[in-house]
Write a new protein. Structure first.
Length: 140
């Protein structure tokens, strides 16, 4: 079951990466399923907010925030999809199941580093922890 989660996480990672590449790197009008879902969500929320407004000025002020809101929600969606994808991919390698995989994924994705994987050695800070300093001290 954990390896199915790994496969699902890998597919989710490829879907998210494809969306990021199609949106930011390729200078053509390519569609992505993630972008389409986020665009529909933002458009339906803005229509829901402005549906009963009678003031055209207020309606236009809310609808004009649609494009920036789409970009913000797209970035949030990409981060959440990567978080879930990495957690599913870590699932076969954790001993404590899905909560531990999500904790490790969040710690790694947001570079906080508060979660130590099971079986990992604890790195103590000191002069000998940096290999670059040790290279110059080798004896010949």
């Amino acid at each position: 079951m954990a390896w199915l989660g790994f496969a699902g996480g890998l597919c989710l990672l490829l879907l998210t990466g494809s969306s990021v590449i199609k949106t930011l790197l390729i200078p053509q009008n390519l569609s992505s399923s993630v972008n389409a879902v986020v665009a529909r969500l933002v458009l339906s929320c803005s229509r829901l907010l402005t549906g009963r407004m009678k003031s055209l000025h207020r309606r236009e002020r809310i609808l004009s925030a649609g494009a920036p809101m789409f970009l913000f929600m797209l970035l949030v969606t990409w981060i959440l999809l990567l978080y879930v994808a990495f957690a599913l991919m870590l699932l076969p390698f954790t001993r404590h199941g899905l909560p531990a995989a999500f904790r490790l994924s969040g710690s790694s994705l947001f570079t906080l580093g508060f979660a130590t994987p099971a079986g990992a050695a604890v790195l103590r800070p000191g002069w000998d922890t940096w290999p670059a300093r040790r290279v110059g001290r080798q004896r010949r």
